[in-house]
Each structure stands twice: as C-alpha cells, then as structure tokens.
Design a protein around this ligand. Structure first.
Ligand SMILES: CC(C)(COP(=O)(O)OP(=O)(O)OC[C@H]1O[C@@H](n2cnc3c(N)ncnc32)[C@H](O)[C@@H]1OP(=O)(O)O)[C@@H](O)C(=O)NCCC(=O)NCCS
Length: 164
C-alpha cells in the first residue's frame, strides 16, 4: 500500500493553562533539552512561589494527563516584565506553540497594564530571535560573553517590547 504522508499526518492542537509549582519537575525536564545550565525543579518551584512570577504550560489537547510539551515563565514587577525562559519540546516545534505561549504572556501583561517586556537571548539563537522579532521586540543592548558553554562563550542580546 502506498502511504501519502501529508494525508496521514495528524494536525496538533495545544491548550494552555497557568503554570503552578506542581509542574516544576516536568518543566525542569523540558528545560534540560536545550539549556547548557538547566534549572532544577527546586529552582522552578521557588520561582513559581513568588508573587511576581507567572507562566503558562502547554499540553496537547485531549491529553491532559500527558507531560507538558512547552512552557513560558515571566516576571512582572513595578510595571516592567521579563521573560525568564521559554521552551518547546523538539517534536512540537514550528507548530505555533512558541507563539501561543508568548501571546498568553502578552495578554496577561496587557491585563496587568504593564509598560514594557524585556528578555535576554543568545545572539546565536536564530529561532528564538526570529520569534521575538515577529512579536515586535527590538534589540536594546548586548552583554558580551554572557552565556558559557562547552563550545565557548556567546553574547546575549537584550530585547525590549513596548506594551503601551
Ligand atoms: C524558540 C522556541 C520556543 C520557538 O518555539 P516554536 O513552537 O517552534 O515556535 P513557533 O512554531 O510558534 O514559531 C513562531 C515563529 O517564530 C519563528 N521561528 C520559530 N522557530 C524558528 C526557526 N527554527 N527558524 C526560524 N524562525 C523560527 C518563525 O517566525 C515562526 O513563524 P513561522 O513558523 O510562521 O515561520 C523553540 O525553538 C525552543 O524551545 N527553542 C529552545 C529553547 C530556547 O531557545 N528558548 C529561548 C531562550 S531565550
């Protein structure tokens, strides 16, 4: 039998919910996939216990009991917000999930009447930089040798988006 891949491929949909400290072990596992210095579940739990920190977790729709496939964590204090981290599991990328997670943060910040959103991103992280630029972030600074890894150091771009 001949298989036609585009007909058999299942389209995925995702639902988001607010992150809670209970999600810490699962999101720490996701974080390990991509970050040279992954954060532990204890670090995530203590961040999520802070009043200023919030985030969203994504699961495939209809698979509530399944492990998260993406998450975003942000902090809002005195009108200024920051993306602390965002990650989408490799098998779920380029399907609009990073966009959905960032959009959820922006909606929450608009509700809270925040003024600006900042983030730091590795200058070589083309995927994340493309995502942020599509959201209207622009570069406002650079921190040389900010990220250290086994292959050397790289700089961080500081990006900002006005929310007013
Ligand atoms: C960055 C990341 C969160 C994007 O998640 P994603 O679910 O794949 O992103 P989306 O599918 O929502 O993409 C939205 C847009 O971002 C841009 N983009 C995302 N991945 C891209 C890539 N690999 N190359 C170029 N542009 C990319 C595109 O403009 C894309 O829109 P399009 O698909 O219509 O072209 C994901 O690649 C990731 O988890 N990376 C590892 C962790 C990381 O680097 N986090 C950022 C730390 S600052």
């Amino acid at each position: 039998m001949i298989r036609i891949p585009f007909l058999t491929r299942r389209l995925r949909d995702y639902s988001l919910e607010p992150l809670s400290a209970n999600d810490s072990p699962a999101i720490a596992t996701l974080h390990q996939e991509d970050f040279h210095r992954p954060w532990t579940d204890g670090e995530f739990a203590s961040l999520l216990e802070q009043d200023t920190v919030f985030g969203f977790v994504a699961r495939e729709t209809g698979r509530r009991a399944q492990a998260p496939v993406g998450f975003v964590l942000a902090r809002l204090a005195a009108g200024e917000a920051e993306i602390l981290t965002i990650a989408v599991a490799r098998a779920h990328r380029r399907q609009g999930l990073g966009w959905k997670l960032m959009d959820a943060v922006l909606r929450e910040l608009h509700r809270e009447r925040a003024e600006a959103l900042f983030l730091e991103v590795d200058e070589h992280n083309a995927a994340a930089i493309a995502l942020y630029r599509r959201f209207g972030f622009s570069e406002v600074g650079k921190r040389p040798n900010y990220y250290q890894s086994a292959t050397g150091a790289s700089g961080a771009l500081v990006m900002r988006r006005d929310l007013r």
